[in-house]
Write a protein that binds this ligand. Structure first.
Ligand SMILES: [Zn+2]
Length: 463
């Protein structure tokens, strides 16, 4: 009896001690949390979509409907611009006012999907197909800092963005810029030395005049691309594809219909909002029933290329995966290369471990009838001797020069020579593919040859 009483008192004492210890520990944790709270859960995203313009999210609208309504994923969206360029299919308003309108159209469209965490970088709409032009007008460094901040705030598991590559199709420079920035942010958001002012804790969060932001480094696990190419066959087998005609178990309509409803909010845009509104009125959704195709760009977790976007992800997150060391391309022989965006992408892909993207599509471009095509070229001479090059251009039938390339070129030792030529496309409308052959010879030997595939079309391309 005494023994059991002793046991009873011992157990009671132990429990009291344990309870008090737990209580004290909870108090310490609570005090610590008040001083240094955990990241704000209201902003945690599973998927961060990084695009250029209000309405770009509709490119993967059917997938977003699936992910949000039936897979219960939290989605956040970053737009590079407010869409201040382009025509207004709804009213008279233009330029900055059009941007103000399109910001609200995008917010309302995404609210229809329950997506409220939507941000806009400060890029202006930049018409054209040059990623470098868009990165320049967007103020590349400033936009990247803003995007890295939003990656650290939203802590996404997956990022989906436009393909950073040059393709025949709309090939919008702003789309490409969004893909470039998202790729860069994917690689550096977990680096504590990158934009450190964003991640050093504030001195006193409850006081004013704090100048550091208190975010945490964040490693995104997977990066996927979609494309505005006119023909997306090159994407097959390079990533997952999602049917738009599947019926949503929770909404009992097709994902295409849900995507069309979301798209219909973009009323200032003829080829998305107005088209979606008409499609719903006519109950003809065939334009919106294309499958959503993605390319797996990078993954830091085990995942098959064509597996679901969230296959293999680690719920608690992963540690920092710095991009691998970049091996500089050292050429000992002279080369002929396409310049400008094509040249940029060769270096960009190598720097971000995306060499596979170089094999997706060869050099290609879409151009309208009765229009102009500018072709930039570079000859590199890494040797110690002067290089004399003769150039031959094989031009398609009916094309004419606006500005001819030089036929003979001298490149000094260890120098790079940039030049270009411009052509006018034929006025007669014969749709299809053609090619421009570019050949450089030196001392009777082939130095380099390029086949630039050209798609002639009468459709709207960014000017
Ligand atoms: Zn766009």
């Amino acid at each position: 009896m005494r023994n059991s009483l002793l046991k009873y008192f011992s157990a009671a004492l132990f429990s009291a001690f344990f309870l008090q210890a737990s209580f004290l520990q909870a108090q310490v944790l609570q005090t610590q949390d008040q001083a240094n709270p955990q990241p704000d859960d209201r902003f945690k995203a599973d998927l961060l979509v990084v695009v250029a313009h209000p309405d770009d999210e509709t490119e993967i609208g059917a997938y977003l409907a699936r992910a949000i309504f039936d897979e219960k994923k939290h989605v956040a969206v970053v737009f590079g611009t407010r869409g201040n360029g382009g025509g207004n299919a709804q009213g008279q308003e233009q330029a900055a006012t059009l941007g103000a309108i399109r910001e609200i159209e995008a917010r309302r469209a995404l609210e229809h999907f329950g997506v409220m965490n939507v941000w806009f970088l400060n890029g202006p709409d930049t018409p054209g197909q040059s990623v470098l032009h868009s990165l320049e007008t967007w103020n590349h460094g400033d936009s990247l800092a803003r995007l890295v901040r939003l990656v650290r705030l939203t802590r996404p598991t997956v990022i989906a963005t436009w393909l950073p590559g040059y393709v025949a199709g709309e090939n919008h420079g702003d789309h490409q810029a969004a893909g470039v920035l998202a790729t860069e942010a994917f690689d550096i958001a977990a680096d504590p030395a990158a934009y450190s002012e964003q991640i050093i804790p504030p001195r006193d969060r409850s006081d004013i005049n704090n100048f550091t932001e208190g975010l945490h480094p964040w490693q995104v696990e997977k990066l996927y691309y979609f494309s505005d190419a006119s023909n997306t066959d090159f994407m097959k087998g390079k990533g997952p594809a999602y049917s738009a005609t599947d019926i949503s178990p929770s909404r009992h309509v097709s994902y295409a219909r849900l995507a069309t409803e979301e798209c219909a909010f973009h009323l200032t845009q003829d080829d998305t909002g107005q088209m979606a509104t008409k499609a719903l009125a006519n109950n003809d959704l065939h334009v919106f029933e294309q499958p959503v195709r993605l390319i797996l760009g990078k993954s830091h977790v085990e995942s098959d290329v064509t597996a679901d976007m969230f296959a293999g992800v680690v719920p608690e997150g992963i540690s920092y995966h710095p991009p691998g060391p970049v091996t500089p391309e050292v050429t000992s022989q002279p080369t002929l290369q396409l310049g400008e965006s094509w040249r940029f992408y060769r270096d960009f892909w190598r720097a971000h471990g995306l060499d596979r993207l170089a094999e997706l599509v060869g050099p290609e471009v879409a151009v309208n009838f009765d229009s102009f095509l500018w072709v930039p070229l570079i000859i590199e001479n890494p040797t110690g001797a002067p290089l004399n090059v003769s150039l031959t251009i094989d031009m398609p039938h009916g094309w004419t020069y606006v500005r001819k390339p030089p036929q003979q070129i001298s490149v000094r030792p260890h120098q790079t020579y940039s030049f270009d030529f411009e052509m006018r496309t034929p006025a007669e409308r014969v749709e299809g593919w053609t090619a421009i052959g570019i050949r450089a010879d030196s001392d009777g030997k082939l130095l380099g040859a390029i086949q630039l595939r050209v798609q002639l079309s009468g459709g709207a391309l960014p000017q």
